[in-house]
Design a protein around this ligand. Structure first.
Ligand SMILES: Cc1cc2nc3c(=O)[nH]c(=O)nc-3n(C[C@H](O)[C@H](O)[C@H](O)COP(=O)(O)OP(=O)(O)OC[C@H]3O[C@@H](n4cnc5c(N)ncnc54)[C@H](O)[C@@H]3O)c2cc1C
Length: 487
């Protein structure tokens, strides 16, 4: 998947079957689905693939124990099925992760134990292993740094864990392998209409500043927390639909949670969920659920969110993580669909698909785990609403690119890997490489800042860029990287 090759396939005379706006989990999933059914598909992403929410998740492929607690059976059943399919179709990026749900009160073991037995049962033949009770001794053997005071034991259960941005890149490669054209740094700036009906879109190649009119029979808005902006291009009077909610994560050294098990605290003393998940030899602590007024491209963790995670992690870990222990932190915005209540923890995690009078199909909500089902649903709707030829969805058993290849080390700064990502993964900036082709910035921001000059120099050589480009890239990266560290 080479950007120049992708770009050369843009042809303003062509009418695409399906054009997708947005290259996060939702848009990329839709591109894989559409292209693998044989539709002429194009996807345009304003910045880099997965540069929005889709690279900033908790990295769980899960049914959502929490949603079970809320009684959302349909959502959990669907997500558990998708969890199983993703593990089969992307075994290089998703693995079975053991979780401990520790109990400190007498009622927690039977209460959560029963819930998790139901969770096992709901997963059916796609289950990842039966949950079981652990004694206090067994619990501490699996998680020696868990606070032992008043600990009664734990329930061990299984969910999936993955690398979100890598999956996004591999989905893009899968779509491309099936004939889709995908372009990053290619914002959609307007929609084209004829007689009140959509017939295309206007997009700009940020590399050349050239503007394109792209015609398509179906147009899908998959812009996550920015869905309202694209809906405004279609209908300036449209009522806002998205209520963004920020979630942050802190990344600390593995010594805070040695061993392989992750920890789930289903209800902190102020009623929130807390995860501590091993990830690429570090530990991710999170998350929060903070309503925000406006969506921004680079959301920054708020002081009170950092404090919340540090304080509550300290209650459950024998060594209290301090600010100075934070290797990196990252914030993402959930594209929650507005409900009657403004409390974001209660808004729908389910996905929603709406078609406007002009034919714009907007898909939003959902979660990474269910991206495949969301894609299947939205392409079915695109077929129906635009009289496209009926073709069956094949993604249930479609292997995702990269499953038969060696994986790039998540902290790599090797020339070979940089060259590979530039030539084959549309890696255009220093941040693309350090944040999403590898995960260096999310795992250790200081180390990523130190590595940036070397990455910039290698990329400049590969992309035939001058020293101004290097200076500009390093300044831009520095600005973003600093937001990954507490002040
Ligand atoms: C804190 C947090 C933790 C989460 N953890 C999990 C988890 O563990 N497991 C799980 O399953 N789910 C999780 N989720 C949910 C999951 O990450 C999201 O549901 C998913 O990433 C949303 O993907 P998306 O494609 O809809 O949005 P995005 O990833 O935001 O993608 C939208 C894209 O549209 C692009 N765009 C915007 N405007 C334009 C335009 N005009 N032209 C072209 N492109 C445009 C943006 O640049 C962006 O890349 C989490 C979410 C958050 C916030």
């Amino acid at each position: 998947m080479n950007r120049t090759v992708q770009q050369q396939q843009l042809n303003e005379d062509l009418t695409w079957d399906i054009a997708i706006i947005g290259g996060g989990a939702t848009g990329l999933g839709a591109a894989v689905d559409a292209a693998s059914r044989g539709f002429k598909t194009i996807l345009l992403e304003k910045y880099d693939f997965a540069s929005g929410t889709s690279s900033r998740s908790t990295k769980l492929v899960h049914g959502g124990v929490r949603y079970l607690q809320q009684g959302n059976i349909k959502l959990v059943m669907e997500a558990l099925k998708e969890r199983g399919l993703l593990l089969q179709n992307a075994p290089h990026l998703v693995h079975n992760q053991a979780f401990l749900l520790p109990s400190y009160k007498w009622w927690e073991t039977p209460f959560y134990g029963l819930g998790l037995k139901i969770y096992d049962w709901m997963a059916g033949k796609l289950g990842l292993g039966a949950s079981r009770f652990l004694s206090k001794e067994e619990t501490l053997k699996q998680a020696p740094t868990l606070n032992p005071e008043e600990l009664r034991g734990a329930i061990l259960y299984h969910d999936g864990q993955f690398d979100d941005a890598r999956l996004a890149i591999d989905l893009a490669k899968t779509a491309s392998a099936h004939g889709a054209v995908l372009l990053n740094y290619f914002p959609v700036t307007a929609l084209l209409k004829n007689d009140g009906k959509l017939e295309g879109l206007v997009a700009v190649d940020e590399q050349t500043k050239k503007q394109y009119n792209i015609k398509a029979r179906a147009i899908i808005n998959a812009t996550g927390v920015f869905s309202d902006d694209v809906m405004n291009m279609d209908d300036p009077g449209h009522e806002s639909m998205i209520s963004p909610s920020q979630g942050i994560h802190l990344v600390v050294d593995k010594e805070f949670l040695p061993g392989n098990a992750a920890i789930l605290i289903p209800k902190t003393d102020d009623g929130r969920v807390l995860f501590a998940v091993p990830w690429h030899n570090k530990v991710v602590l999170g998350t929060t659920d903070t309503p925000v007024d406006h969506a921004t491209t680079e959301p920054v963790p708020k002081e009170e969110e950092i404090e919340f995670i540090l304080k509550h992690s300290a209650l459950y870990l024998s060594r209290d993580p301090q600010r100075s222990d934070i290797k990196s932190m990252f914030a993402g915005l959930r594209p929650l669909v507005k409900g009657k209540t403004q409390k974001t923890a209660a808004l729908s995690r389910d996905h929603l698909i709406i078609t406007s009078d002009s034919g714009l199909i907007t898909i939003t909500g959902g979660k990474w785990t269910t991206y495949r089902k969301m894609a299947e649903d939205v392409i079915n709707i695109a077929i129906k609403e635009n009289s496209l030829e009926e073709k069956k969805c094949i993604t249930g058993t479609l292997m995702i690119s990269g499953h038969d290849q060696l994986q790039i080390d998540p902290m790599s700064v090797s020339e070979k890997d940089i060259a590979y990502c530039v030539a084959n993964e549309m890696c255009m900036t220093v941040e693309d490489y350090l944040s999403r082709r590898t995960r260096h910035l999310l795992l250790d921001a200081r180390s990523a800042i130190a590595a940036a000059p070397q990455v910039a120099a290698v990329m400049a050589g590969l992309l035939a860029k001058d020293s101004n480009w290097i200076t500009h890239q390093l300044e831009a990266f520095d600005r973003i990287a600093k937001q990954h560290l507490p002040s």
